[in-house]
Design a protein around this ligand. Structure first.
Ligand code: PHE
Length: 688
């Protein structure tokens, strides 16, 4: 299979399997692991957060990673053209991800620029006899560190006004872009070499920080905050949304990054095992980064208690950038050799972030190059310049607030999760997904079963759909207003966010309509395109889905909260979803029955499945809204002791078992497969 797809042109490729794995790990492992994962875990239930997180990683993260790898590898194209291969009308799905990715490269480098600056301050500190500019004692010291970051460094002004550009941030931002430029300007072969540096280095730094953190007196106190579970958090929608959003962001899913990276893979490459290794390595890094951060915060709390000017972990561990740029720097300043460890921390951040940042640039670049046929050497400088110029918005005095808002719309349930849903639905219902599964299996160390198709076609879209609608209903029902406050005042940042959100798909469609270069290897009839014979089943399925949709819309037409209340209390409403379920099952049946591509008449079956999935998602989201509205959540603060609870030890053991067992299994399979390989492998060797 696939061999007839070999392109006539020579596409660049990674030097080695290791180069690809490291590059993908480099993209996945980024700022998200070191600062968002630890504080998300801490603020959403500690150890309890790991349940939704690991569930999302295993049932959604890794299967989707396999999906993106197989699309990229099969089509050998970056996202837009890859989706076009399936059907020319779906090119926009690829562009959608690429535009969201582009949004990220306007602000992600800004955070990297902060890291560069703080790295510089640490170096100055080392030469200044170890004194860091934000150092200070006790709780006033915390205020000091806050002031240093928000006032002195960012000159932060709250509110929608931007204010002027901060000159002290311009240089670091330029340095970031230049560094990114030099990492990728020679193409992926060179990237495959650079990542041998940018991936192991931060790991080494993290290891140093973890060992040092754990050996500090009082570190256990910090780990109590990190690991002791607060089970009641699991009843909150936000916990689940954050867990799923974090998996997407952390694995760089749905932005077309992984898809693009895989398009540069050699023909005979493993897909499934690589995806699993990358997913587990990313989770491992996040988890260990959290240990390092919280153990150090614990050490800080202990030192301040001793000095009679106590600051607890909870005093400093706030969300957002404060963790990396206030809490952690403050904690380091309380401990011996602060400037050196501060250097190690920010060096880790820089090296972690840079390969994530350039992976997005690469995917945007490859998409433009694939479509237009323009030269890399021209597109890359232009792209970098545009990215830098837009980035200036985020280094103004009001920049951080905007960064947060845009991040909230691109990332998480409103942005990528929705796109992930679209990806699954397109591939699952409108493409011949079996082709992709066989392709993924053809050279992989272990094979995917049919279950993977059902995951992509039915299960994942429903879960993501539920998350998306749940968020939407929450936004609509938000009492303090989402677009407009109750007193009528517009909430400008959210309005702009929604504007961007709406504009992205429009722009994506426009881009997909632009005529690109004629693809030399455009197959005469794309094999991914699913054509099904006419069957009455399709009509029936569609009918069911439609009835269910109409009923749901009617229920929703009054208000979300009324509908949610009724859905929960009146079992008759449950009938509404039956139509959706029947549509999905029937649609799936029709799709599986018709394997010979001949006529196209029963497109109804696909749209039935698609609509059915939406019905089910809306329904479940309504049930959840209604259910959580009546829930009393125990908000009493966590009891903090000096010792880690027994459950936390079990959590630690389970996590390490999953990580070590999982990675061990992957390597075992890789070795076993390498042993079996006689050196002559058939491209279309297919196994189920
Ligand atoms: N995965 C990266 C991180 O955790 C961020 C990223 C998102 C990179 C999307 C590429 C694409 O920081």
């Amino acid at each position: 299979m696939g061999s007839e797809f070999l392109l006539e042109e020579q596409r660049e490729s990674w030097g080695s399997r290791g180069g690809f794995i490291l590059a993908a790990v480099g993209s996945a492992v980024g700022l998200g692991n070191l600062w968002s994962f630890p504080y998300k875990l801490y603020s959403h239930g500690g150890g309890a957060f790991l349940i939704p997180y690991i569930a999302a990683l295993i049932v959604i993260g890794i299967p989707l990673l396999i999906l993106e790898f197989s699309i990229g590898h099969y089509t050998q194209r970056a996202a837009p053209n890859a989706f076009k291969r399936g059907h020319k009308r779906f090119e926009f799905v690829g562009w959608w991800g690429i535009i969201l990715g582009f949004a990220i490269i306007t602000y992600y480098p800004v955070i990297l620029a902060y890291c560069f600056s703080f790295l510089w301050y640490s170096i100055l500190g080392i030469f200044n006899g170890g004194e860091l500019p934000w150092a200070g004692e006790g709780i006033e010291g915390v205020a000091n560190a806050k002031k240093f970051f928000f006032d002195d460094y960012l000159g932060y002004q709250e509110g929608p006004a931007l204010g002027s550009v901060r000159m002290n941030l311009v240089w670091p931002l330029i340095i970031t872009w230049v560094a990114m430029y030099f990492c990728i300007f020679r193409g992926v072969k060179q990237v495959g070499k650079i990542v041998w540096l940018t991936v192991p280095l931060p790991w080494l730094m993290l290891l140093v920080l973890t060992v040092r953190g754990l050996t500090l007196e009082g570190s256990m106190q910090g780990l109590v905050y990190y690991l002791d579970p607060v089970w009641s958090e699991l009843a909150k929608p936000s916990t689940w949304r954050y867990a799923f959003g974090q998996v997407f962001f952390s694995l760089s899913l749905a932005f077309g990054v992984m898809l693009t990276y895989a398009s540069f893979l050699h023909r005979k490459s493993d897909i499934n095992n690589n995806a699993m290794i990358i997913g587990l390595a990313d989770f491992g890094t996040s988890f260990i980064a959290g240990l390092a951060v919280f153990a150090t915060l614990g050490g800080m709390a202990y030192v301040t208690q001793q000095s009679g000017n106590p600051v607890s972990v909870a005093d400093v561990a706030t969300k957002g950038p404060s963790l990396a740029f206030v809490a952690f720097p403050y904690a380091l300043a309380q401990l011996p050799y602060s400037a050196y460890f501060s250097f190690i921390f920010f060096f880790a951040l820089v090296t972690l972030g840079i390969d994530s940042a350039f992976s997005i640039t690469e995917s945007v670049l490859a998409s433009i190059v694939d479509k237009s046929g323009w030269r890399r050497s021209i597109v890359l400088p232009l792209l970098s310049l545009v990215g830098f110029l837009i980035g200036l918005v985020f280094i103004t005095e009001g920049g951080l607030g905007w960064l947060d808002t845009i991040d909230g719309f691109v990332n998480g349930t409103r942005g990528i999760v929705f796109l992930g849903l679209l990806e699954c639905v397109v591939v699952g219902w409108l493409w011949r997904i079996e082709t992709l599964r066989r392709h993924a299996n053809s050279n992989s160390d272990w094979k995917l079963g049919k279950w993977w198709e059902y995951l992509i076609r039915i299960f994942i879209p429903i879960v993501l759909g539920v998350l998306f609608f749940w968020q939407l209903f929450d936004d609509i029902g938000n009492e303090s207003g989402f677009l407009r406050k109750p007193d009528g005042e517009w909430i400008v940042t959210n309005c702009v966010g929604v504007g961007v959100w709406v504009l992205v798909p429009v722009l994506a469609v426009v881009l997909s309509l632009v005529r690109g270069r004629r693809d030399i290897a455009e197959p005469s009839r794309p094999e991914l395109e699913l054509e099904i014979k006419g069957r009455r089943g399709g009509l029936w399925a569609f009918g069911f889905a439609l009835v269910s949709a109409v009923l749901l819309l009617a229920a929703l037409s009054r208000s979300v909260s009324v509908a949610a209340g009724e859905v929960v209390s009146n079992p008759l409403y449950w009938l509404m979803v039956v139509g959706g379920v029947v549509a999905v099952v029937l649609g799936n049946y029709v799709l599986e029955k018709t394997t010979t591509p001949s006529s196209q008449s029963s497109w109804l079956a696909r749209w039935a499945g698609l609509l059915g999935i939406m019905d089910i998602s809306v329904f479940v989201a309504l049930v959840l809204v209604g259910f959580t509205a009546g829930l009393e959540i125990d908000e009493s603060p966590k009891v903090i002791s000096d010792k880690l609870g027994g459950v936390s030890y079990i959590i630690l053991a389970v996590v390490f078992l999953i990580l070590i067992g999982g990675l061990g299994w992957c390597f075992y399979r890789a070795l076993a497969a390498a042993g079996k390989d006689s050196g002559i492998q058939h491209v279309d060797e297919v196994g189920d």
